[in-house]
Design a protein around this ligand. Sequence first.
Ligand code: NDP
Length: 295
Amino acid sequence: MRIAFLGLGSIGAPMARHLAPPRHALTVWNRTRATADAFAGDTGATAAATAAEAARGADVVITCLPSSREVEAVADATDGLVAGMASGSVLVDCTSGDPAASRRLAARLAGAGIGFMDAPVSGGVAGAVRGTLTVMCGGDDATFRRVHPVLDAFGEKIVLCGPVGAGHALKAANQALLAVHIWSLAEALLMATRAGVSPALALEVINASSGRSNASMNLFPERVLTRAFPRTFKLALLDKDIGIAASVAREQRVSAPLMQLTAELMKVSHQALGEDADHVEAVKVVEQWSSQEIA
Ligand code: NDP
């Protein structure tokens, strides 16, 4: 298949690597051209100067950009991907995006005979490198079956969740849980520490008890106790994700006070720690408020 991949960021680049020759004919585009050139040099893919050039002749175009805002901008620009996509091709958006924006984009593309599926991923950079991502798809059955072999290159669990926007909605729900788990675990560990239990012991016991989560089993042991805080997924993106979840809950008239509060906490943490902070660094704000580190 001829594939175009747009957005070679922290997770986009390792995903695209699985699609590189000889597996597929792959063209890549990235806003910063040097990144696309370096990727092409490493993998045998072709680097394009514009999104339109990358999309020209592709059967499937994949986007992995920060949010739906960038996807719509890259789609609609004069030298954007819609200008290059042919009728009969499909846009697969792996961005963790906004369901309503995706429904609007899908309707516009349908007018040009172009298919659309939202397909956000979970599993982090490590999962992308291993090719074991969970892929949450929104679209029709025929499109899902057509692009499944492409997603299979970087995905392990690939699920059609419902119509266009369903993948983005479910991803936002997952991200809301991630944010709640990180924040609440930081509070819980500080409370246990002040009560005389070491954080390492507290985690060991929680991980053999009913309060455990991916945050307690992986993120905190590897990133908080060690104070390593590697930058793999930006706090700015988690702030965006839980903002989507909170707004979908409001639109759907779901009473979700915890989601709304955690969205506020992520916004405050993002503002305090800046654009480059990793999502797990939100823990530093909880620590600051209690004047104590989890260590
Ligand atoms: P990064 O910030 O690492 O990369 C963002 C990518 O988008 C880069 O290629 C960047 O180009 C490009 N970009 C940024 N702004 C624009 C713009 N205005 N126009 C065109 N391109 C732009 O993000 P990630 O790779 O971490 O995340 C990408 C998506 O995947 C997000 O929706 C995120 O929520 C989601 N995600 C990320 C995970 C992770 O662990 N990192 C896990 C699961 C989902 P440039 O190189 O020029 O900056």
